[in-house]
Design a protein around this ligand. Structure first.
Ligand code: 3PG
Length: 307
């Protein structure tokens, strides 16, 4: 049995060593492909792999076809929009993610982005504090919950909306106020932090209509996916409102333009770095390896996302 770790953006050395330990400890062969530059290398490496661990690497139909022996793909992380689920399902390949394993890293970055944009992205001038402000969590999953907790610790009033969580008790037990609707969340929140996956329902869903409802000093934080924010709406709201701010871990196509026009109100990380911590690498990498071993040895499919 061969387990391939294929990552353009590698795990830390320490995490790779631990993944290897789990794989070899189970009696399987470990293979590593890092920083590959073209798909051909990935196709070649996946050819004889039974299991595949990736990060944001694109597992396209072409890769799935190339992986003739593949039985399982684990996305070491939360969002699996990079994996072609339909193709994997067609080929009877189990796809899993490792939910929660890198959440803290992403949540901390969301808070860091809130602070940096509140200090004018560290350009000269008077900034503002988070204490006493309203924070809206859009999608109340693992990361959203942690950002809410941090917001409360900073003295913010925290609202949340999640279309899949109707039970108000889920929010209220965390001291979070449930918004009545998605519009209500944007009306109430000076800061909105996005935590939904990218899919057909969410792509371009953060649009002008929602953003224009935000109060004065509106600040959007995106550690989710760039695709969920509609870029035309973003450009329009920046041009119309001198108070609007956007900090994102996922640079939009118009990043250069926004950076040039609004240097104190727009910030994008140069590369996606929400999960780029030693801890998150270790947690997600080891979880992925253990899930593969659990699947082969005991048939455990707990985190399967293409059931
Ligand atoms: C995730 O969905 O888990 C994060 O976006 C992390 O992505 P990465 O593994 O490419 O850093």
């Amino acid at each position: 049995m061969k387990v391939l770790v294929a990552t353009v953006k590698p795990f830390s050395k320490e995490a790779v060593a631990e993944i290897k330990k789990v794989v070899e400890g189970a009696g399987y062969e470990f293979a590593l492909l890092e920083k590959y530059e073209d798909v051909a290398q990935f196709k070649e490496a996946v050819k004889d792999a039974d299991a595949l661990i990736v990060r944001s690497d694109k597992v396209t139909p072409e890769i799935v076809e190339a992986g003739e022996k593949l039985k399982i793909v684990v996305r070491a992380g939360a969002g699996y929009d990079n994996v072609d689920l339909a193709k994997c399902t067609e080929k009877k390949i189990v796809v899993m993610n490792t939910p929660g394993q890198n959440s803290n890293a992403v949540a901390e970055l969301a808070v860091g982005l809130m602070i940096s944009v509140s200090r004018n992205c560290f350009t000269p001038g008077t900034g503002s504090e988070l204490k006493g402000k309203t924070l809206g969590i859009h999608a109340y999953g693992n990361v959203g919950k942690l950002v809410a907790k941090c917001g409360k610790a900073l003295g913010m009033t925290v609202y949340a909306f999640d279309p899949f969580i109707k039970d108000h008790a889920v929010y209220e037990k965390d001291g979070v106020i449930p918004a009545e609707s998605v519009e209500d969340l944007y009306v109430k929140s000076k800061f909105v932090s996005l935590h939904m996956p990218a899919n057909e329902q969410t792509k371009n869903s953060i649009n002008y209509d929602l953003l224009s409802k935000m109060p004065k000093g509106a600040t959007l934080i995106n550690t989710a996916r760039k695709e969920v924010v509609d870029e035309e709406s973003l450009k329009k709201i920046f041009a119309e409102r001198a108070d609007f701010r956007y900090a994102t871990d996922v640079a939009p196509a118009c990043a250069e333009e926004l950076k040039k026009e609004y240097p104190s109100r727009f910030f994008a990380t140069p590369k996606k770095m929400g999960a780029e911590t030693a801890e998150a690498n270790m947690n997600a990498g080891i979880a992925a390896a253990n899930q593969i071993v659990g699947f082969f040895k005991e048939g455990i499919t707990k985190f399967q996302v293409n059931k």
